[in-house]
Design a protein around this ligand. Structure first.
Ligand SMILES: [Ca+2]
Length: 308
């Protein structure tokens, strides 16, 4: 636990909405020398009792791209796969953390999704969090990687593991039919969608979930942000309150996650992390998962690892 705390201590946590730039707290290391890092990791692994601190210091302070380069150099230098070597040298949550860092974000998501549906029962929370928070683009890569890794279509596994409206919503999201953001703001459409959401939910008896699903899975994020604003001129409750009133269980959680991510994805993850930190026990696994998920969100185009 001490090491995990130390790792956590190295991260700067903030809650979004602060002055720009909000996020990069871990940026690509300057004077980066992958061969030197690879050699240091090799020494750390060979040290009696394993020099865990050096491994943490290196891997948590390099960008995703840089970690890939280190792995490449390590294999040349030590004639061993770095992931295999880390597995052998580390254990417990530190092992899981470091191995997670070595995966690409899509690989990590794909394995989390697989694990959430494996065996009996389903870890709905993980399923919801990943499927409802990833962009179309991210989901497309996840689907490809999922198929490569597990030789099965993600859609099929999701369909086999969920049911009812919850399944319909997740599958609509996995289908990645969301519009790309447009330069033209379509006020007529915004008004129409806002009214439809209201009429399908708060205004009527019961809920026309299919309408909610189609609007929330197909419209672009900037469009939906405006729809939710407009929605308030029809409904006495805002979108999130309406969701809480209209639907329950996993479906409620999924819609809420979607809306929170549309509104402010960074804030959503900051809140999740903060919730995870409040839990006294058993927090380790939870925090570790949260950190890994943070790491997706913040793996920016230039490959720098950003943590909120
Ligand atoms: Ca209703």
């Amino acid at each position: 636990m001490a090491l995990v705390s130390e790792f956590l201590g190295q991260l700067t946590l903030s809650y979004g909405g602060e002055a720009e730039p909000k996020f990069p707290t871990v940026v690509p290391a300057r004077d980066f020398d992958p061969a030197r890092d690879a050699a240091r990791i090799d020494t750390a692994i060979k040290t009696k009792g394993v020099d865990e601190q050096t491994i943490i210091d290196i891997l948590t302070r390099r960008s995703c791209e840089q970690r890939k380069e280190i792995a490449f150099e390590y294999e040349r230098y030590a004639k061993k796969d770095l992931v295999v070597a880390l597995k052998g040298a580390l254990s417990g949550s530190l092992e899981a953390l470091m191995l997670g860092l070595m995966k690409s974000t899509a690989e990590y998501d794909a394995s989390e999704l697989k694990a959430s549906m494996k065996g009996l029962g389903t870890d709905e929370e993980t399923l919801i969090e990943i499927v409802c928070s990833r962009s179309n683009e991210e989901m497309m890569v996840i689907k490809r990687v999922y198929k490569d890794m597990f030789k099965k279509e993600l859609e099929k596994d999701v369909a086999g593991d969920t049911s009812g409206n919850f399944a319909k919503l997740l599958l609509a999201l996995v289908e990645t039919r969301r519009d790309e953001p447009s330069n033209v703001i379509d006020y007529v459409k915004i008004d129409e969608d806002a009214r439809c959401l209201y009429e399908a939910g708060v205004k009527r008896k019961g809920t026309d979930v299919a309408t909610w699903i189609s609007i929330m899975s197909q419209r672009s994020v900037p469009h939906l942000q405006k729809v939710f604003e407009r929605y308030k001129s029809y409904s006495p409750y805002d979108m999130k309150e309406s969701i809480r009133k209209e639907v329950k269980g996993d479906l409620e959680k999924s819609f809420l996650t979607l809306v929170e991510c549309f509104e402010n994805k960074q804030l959503y993850f900051a809140n999740r992390l903060s919730e995870a930190m409040k839990v006294k026990k058993p927090i380790r696994k939870h925090i570790q998962k949260q950190l890994q998920r943070q790491h997706h969100l913040q793996c920016s185009d230039d490959g720098s690892l950003m943590l909120i």
